[in-house]
Structures are given as structure tokens and as C-alpha cells.
Design a protein around this ligand. Structure first.
Ligand SMILES: Cc1cc2nc3c(=O)[nH]c(=O)nc-3n(C[C@H](O)[C@H](O)[C@H](O)COP(=O)(O)O)c2cc1C
Length: 350
């Protein structure tokens, strides 16, 4: 499925993966999504975005962003880097921690990242961005990837030159989220730019943007020829997407779900979402401090509820609960209703 001679193919044989998302792609969401990975399959897993400036003084595994579970494998942490001294300090640290690759963020449009001249700011200075990859390449033997966006005003020539420089500087694969920096996460991702970069360089490329259903994921792969498909927001609401995709591809069910079919009808999906919400609440309070767990549950509900009919009112009730026990009680009660459905599509707001 993925070219096995390339570093990406050596790590992952299942070409669908979770996207890095601040506040979301932590150990709880990873464990949830992984519980639906077809048996015997391997893919790559992100962390939340890590800041090299902070990482330098932190112990990996001690911060909520780097908490892991015994289930974790194939971690490709995502990092904001731009200076040699931080690169030299952080990449060996990540390697020792057990990362199987490092993903450099060149797509974050938030003002905090721009202020320090990293994230998507690096796309504004191609020579410097390529140098960042060169510095990283000379520091570690780990596979390196870069996650980036479309160019400003969808300038395709710029994007081609930018990607060419990244590959030449030593990036083993790129992940393209083809929205411009100005679009942030609104509007549509222009998948034709994923195809353009794959056709132009025939190098490892992950496509990302606007996947809501298993059919979308298969279509992106077929239409663009990308090596793998990365899914963000939809995996919060539909963490079983990997199972649905695997089922379509004739792969085994996830461990513990042998002989079962993935949830497919809107009603089945709504019930499974209820189970996901419960898992998320219980695990978050087990792993994070109470305050942090609450914050993360609230954010998870905000991003995932729009697919559910009555999602707004159910998530509001859970969010307003005073204690973890009350949250669980409300969630269980809310999902008892058989009139709940999960829609195929929603307007992606976050
Ligand atoms: C809440 C949230 C936080 C995100 N944080 C990051 C991030 O830290 N690093 C990154 O490269 N992309 C980040 N993204 C972008 C996603 O990785 C992905 O590119 C984007 O959501 C498009 O994919 P999707 O349509 O499948 O969600 C974030 C997206 C969301 C919704």
C-alpha cells in the first residue's frame, strides 16, 4: 500500500492516520482511535504540537502533551522548530524517547507560532524553511516529515518550489493540507494540489483536509495518488473511521471486535459516538489533572458534536456538569435515546 522502500512505508503499512491537533491528539484520542485500527495493521501517530523552546527544559512523558499509554507505538511527534540550538537539543531527546520520526510544523497559522517565526511563518521564508530541514537532517537519523499548507493565494508554482526544497533538504515525506494560511481551517481544501505535488515529485506524500467519511478517505487516495491520508476533525466524531476503511479494504476487524461489522447506519454511529464520549471522559479524568481533563473533554465535545443531531444540546449538558460522575451520568442517559443519528457530513467549524 505504501512504498515499503521509503521510510514512511517502513513504519506504516496502513495508509490512514490521525492528524496532529492541539488539545486533541493526545494519549486519550490516540488510544480511542487505535482501538479501531484493523488487527495487524500499523500506522503513524502524532502528538500534540510540541514547542522546541519549552521541550528543551521538559522531561518527555512528564507533560500532558507527551503522556503516553502502553498502547502507544509508532509515535511521530510534531514539533515547532526554527533554530539550530533548539533542533540540536530536542531531536536527540525525541529519538531517545522512542519517536520513530519527527514531524516539523510549517502549517500552524496561530499568532503565537508566527510571533516566534515558526509554523506557517516558515513558508514565508522558503530558504530558511529549507535550512531548518537541513539542520534537522544533520542532527538525527530519524525519518523527518514536514506538515505544510498551500501557498498564499494558492500559488502553485511557489508550492512546487517549496516542496522541492523540502525534499532536497532531507524531508522523507511531506503532509500537505491544501488550504492557504489565510483560510486557516475554513473553506475547502484543494485536493488537486496534493495530486499536483505527488505527480511532480513522485515522493512520499500524505494528503490531508476535509475527510468526513470512509468514502472520502478512499476517494482522496484514489484521486490524488497520495501515499497516505491524514484525518483530523472527523476522527474525533468517528474514531471508527479506520475500521470502516479497513472493512472496505477487506482487512480484519480491530482486536476484540472479531466477527463484528463497523457501525454503518446513522443510528449505529450515534450509539458508537456515545461510547467514544464515555471513553474520552473516563480516560481523561484517569490520566490528566481534573482541571485539564475537564478542559480537554469540553474541547473534544465542541469539535466532535456537530455530526450528532441534538449534539449541541447534549454536549452543553455534559459540559455544564459539575463533576466527572455527573458528566458520565448525563452522557449515559443522553445516548439512551434511539432517535440519535450521526450525519455523514457537517460544516467543519473548528
Ligand atoms: C483543534 C485543531 C488543532 C490543530 N492543531 C494542529 C497542530 O498543532 N499542528 C498541525 O499541523 N495541524 C493542526 N491542525 C490542523 C489539522 O492537523 C488538519 O490539518 C486540519 O484539521 C485539516 O484536516 P481535517 O479536515 O481532517 O480536520 C489542527 C486542527 C484542529 C481542528
Amino acid at each position: 500500500m505504501i512504498n515499503e522502500r521509503e521510510p514512511l512505508g517502513q513504519i506504516a503499512d496502513f495508509p490512514f492516520c490521525l492528524a496532529p491537533m492541539v488539545g486533541l491528539s493526545h494519549v486519550v484520542l490516540r488510544d480511542l482511535v487505535r482501538s479501531y485500527l484493523p488487527e495487524g495493521c500499523h500506522t503513524i501517530w502524532p502528538t500534540e504540537m510540541l514547542s522546541s523552546r519549552r521541550l528543551i527544559a521538559q522531561r518527555l512523558g512528564d507533560t500532558p502533551e507527551t503522556f503516553t499509554s502502553p498502547m502507544d507505538d509508532n509515535l511521530v511527534p510534531q514539533i515547532l522548530i526554527n533554530e539550530d540550538r533548539f533542533i540540536k537539543a530536542c531531536l536527540p531527546k525525541l529519538e531517545q524517547w522512542g519517536a520513530v520520526g519527527v514531524d516539523i510544523n510549517m502549517g500552524c497559522p496561530q499568532s503565537k507560532a508566527l510571533k516566534h517565526n515558526y509554523g506557517v511563518a516558515l513558508m514565508g521564508d522558503p530558504e530558511y524553511a529549507h535550512n531548518v530541514v537541513r539542520m534537522a537532517r544533520s542532527t538525527t537519523n530519524l525519518p523527518l516529515s514536514v506538515k505544510l499548507r498551500a501557498g498564499t493565494n494558492n500559488d502553485k508554482d511557489f508550492l512546487k518550489r517549496f516542496c522541492e526544497g523540502l525534499y532536497e533538504a532531507g524531508a522523507d515525506w511531506l503532509t500537505l493540507h491544501p488550504r492557504t494560511p489565510e483560510q486557516k481551517r475554513k473553506g475547502y481544501a484543494d485536493w488537486s494540489q496534493i495530486k499536483m505535488i505527488k505527480d511532480e515529485f513522485n515522493k512520499s506524500l500524505i494528503g490531508n483536509g476535509d475527510i468526513q467519511t470512509w468514502e472520502d478517505a478512499i476517494r482522496m487516495k484514489e484521486e490524488t495518488g497520495c501515499d497516505a491520508v491524514m484525518i483530523g476533525r472527523a476522527l474525533t466524531a468517528r474514531p471508527w473511521l479506520l475500521w470502516q476503511i479497513g472493512h472496505h479494504l477487506g482487512l480484519p476487524s480491530p482486536p476484540g471486535k472479531e466477527g463484528l461489522l463497523p457501525p454503518l447506519t446513522p443510528e449505529e454511529e450515534a450509539q458508537e459516538y456515545g461510547k467514544a464520549v464515555l471513553f474520552f471522559i473516563q480516560k481523561s479524568f484517569e490520566i490528566f489533572t481534573e482541571k485539564d481533563a475537564r478542559k480537554r473533554v469540553i474541547f473534544y465535545l465542541k469539535v466532535s458534536h456537530p455530526w450528532l443531531n441534538y449534539g449541541h444540546s447534549i454536549s452543553s449538558k455534559i459540559i455544564n456538569a459539575k463533576t466527572q460522575e455527573e458528566m458520565i451520568e448525563i452522557a449515559i442517559k443522553s445516548f439512551e435515546s434511539s432517535s440519535l443519528t450521526l450525519s455523514k457530513r457537517t460544516e467543519l467549524r473548528y
